[in-house]
Ligand binder design. Structure first.
Ligand code: ATP
Length: 511
């Protein structure tokens, strides 16, 4: 492994020092069309010099670091050097890397494969008959990914050979019938509790048991109690075909067919970030996907989780994840996630760092089988903490923008499908008047048109409400839509409300 540090010539008093650390100043200087640049190459065994150089160079705007096809800019470098710097300065760097936690197995705090129940190395593998085969290859791959994700593989303190040696000492197979330290791990599959892996027994060597003396088993999904599966279907979403396909691939596939990912040896995405203006259908999409997968949907509104009591918000979050796990397959929808975990770089004074780290921990703790997926929605992706936008968290960001003409036509058709429309209503002719509106605006317009129609026939009498004419005669006409548009225009004061009203009447019925 080799890293290339590149930066523009500058007036910093530290320039000479950085060049000296690389020890190749003359050869590294390049005259490029937009100025003089330096390219300094550091092999893996000289990464401590690289990090010493980065201490200065990370503050120069032009600085980039390229390692195995990854290019990090100055801002990313400032994040990357934080952990190694603390380790290098620590009295006992080895203890620092272990994070002072006895359950840590590998000598780096960025590796989240350990001896714990949740992230245990013994979760990687498969049962063959009664014997569990440990998948060391997969453990190694996961560790490589975890290190590359935060660029911890650049750390001068990292000792790949030690990771290799810990891996080689792990057992290749586990047989809970013979080894008293191990027990079978059960889970619910299609309504039946079956062995799916292995787990450690308690410290005393006794098998994990509950108060009644029976083995501790996962909670059965609470069908019909707290489980919420929305009734929205894909047919109720207008436009957004490409976005929907992406979401189906990322969320629906792992929830419905986790075995495909197991077969391919890849981890399904844990989260998807949907971003775009309010009212464009982000929540609607989450509901439709949950319905299609018959998955439990937990809708969490960012501001609602926050509590003024110390630690309460974090405990609320843990409960939400526990409930999702119990009701798996499940989707957790964090609406307005930027309100919960705002970007710390944007001088936002409302940031609660422990909520940010709690949510990161919970997301990282989601099991690999992809039975719980997180969907976050926001109007501005840059407003959320950047840690959530790294691979392994919100792996995919999808823009849900304003609908175009074709989508507006579909949304109109959806929201008028069950309405008795008069002959003179032509949806195609309505579309140009709706440009700049969201799906929620179109839904509101259709409802308002129906209400205009209703009000026309409604008479308030002293003791009663009287509807004139028969229900069959009651039809929503082009004039009703025209009036509804005027009402909507009056309600909205922004430029998008600049709807050019012409007569919407049409002599033919072209629905
Ligand atoms: P917010 O950011 O405010 O939460 P959102 O993007 O999640 O907004 P939704 O709550 O999904 O928007 O949309 C509100 C309503 O608008 C939906 O219940 C639906 O009636 C209508 N709507 C929005 N987009 C569409 C669409 N593409 N197709 C059909 N109806 C839509």
């Amino acid at each position: 492994m080799e890293a290339v540090l590149r930066f523009a010539h500058n007036n910093s008093v530290y320039l000479e020092r950085v060049l000296a650390l690389a020890g190749q100043a003359a050869a590294a200087r390049h005259d490029e069309p937009n100025g003089i640049y330096y390219r300094l190459t550091f092999p893996r065994e000289r990464f401590s010099d690289l990090f010493a150089a980065l201490e200065y160079a990370k503050n120069w705007e032009s600085t980039t670091l390229e390692v195995e096809g990854r290019v990090l800019n100055a801002r990313q470098l400032r994040e990357v050097v934080a952990c190694p710097r603390a380790g290098l300065k620590a009295e006992d760097p080895r203890a620092y890397c272990r994070g002072g936690w006895p359950g840590r197995l590998f000598p780096c705090r960025a590796i989240r494969v350990d001896e714990s129940d949740e992230h245990g190395w013994f979760r990687f593998g498969r049962l063959e008959g009664e014997v569990f085969i440990v998948d060391k290859e997969k453990i190694a791959r996961t560790i490589r990914l975890q290190l590359a994700e935060g660029h911890y593989d650049l750390c001068p303190l990292l000792r790949p050979e030690e990771i290799e040696s810990v891996l080689s000492e792990l057992p290749a197979t586990i047989d809970p019938r013979r080894d008293p330290g191990w027990d079978y791990r059960h889970d619910w599959v299609k309504g039946r509790l079956v062995p799916v892996g292995v787990q450690k027994t308690t410290a005393t060597g006794a098998k994990a048991k509950n108060a009644e003396g029976t083995p501790r088993l996962p909670a059965q999904p609470r069908e019909g109690r707290r489980r919420y599966v929305p009734e929205v279907t894909y047919a109720e979403i207008g436009g957004l075909k490409e976005q929907l396909n992406l979401i189906r691939e990322t969320v629906e596939l792992p929830l419905r067919h986790p075995e495909v990912f197991q077969h391919l040896g890849i981890t399904p995405n844990r989260g998807v970030l949907l971003w775009g203006p309010p009212g464009t259908g982000k929540t609607l999409i989450a509901k439709a996907v949950a319905n299609q997968c018959r998955a439990h949907l937990a809708i969490v509104r960012g501001p609602e989780v926050k509590s003024k009591w110390h630690g309460q918000s974090e405990s609320n979050l843990r409960e939400i994840f526990d409930e999702a796990r119990e009701n798996a397959p499940a989707i957790i929808l964090f609406d307005e996630i930027d309100a919960l975990v705002p970007n710390r770089d944007t001088l936002n004074h409302d940031v609660n760092v422990s909520i940010v780290s709690q949510l990161l921990t919970l997301m990282d703790g989601i099991e690999e089988r992809g039975q719980v997926v997180i969907i976050g929605t926001t109007n501005r992706p840059e407003a959320i903490d950047p840690a959530f936008r790294r691979p392994g968290r919100f792996d995919l960001e999808i823009e849900i923008g304003l609908p175009d003409d074709a989508a507006l036509r579909e949304i109109l058709a959806i929201h008028t499908a069950r309405m008795p429309l008069a002959e003179d209503v032509c949806l195609d002719r309505l579309v140009p008047h709706l440009r700049g509106l969201t799906g929620a605006d179109v839904a509101a317009l259709c409802k308002e048109a129906a209400l205009v129609c209703l009000r026309e026939r409604l008479r308030f009498e002293r003791d009663d409400l009287v509807l004139q004419g028969t229900l069959e005669e009651m039809k929503v006409s082009a004039l009703h839509f025209e009036r509804a548009l005027q009402t909507l225009q009056a309600r909205r004061e922004g430029p998008a409300a600049n709807l050019r009203l012409r007569s919407l009447k049409s002599t033919t019925n072209r629905r």
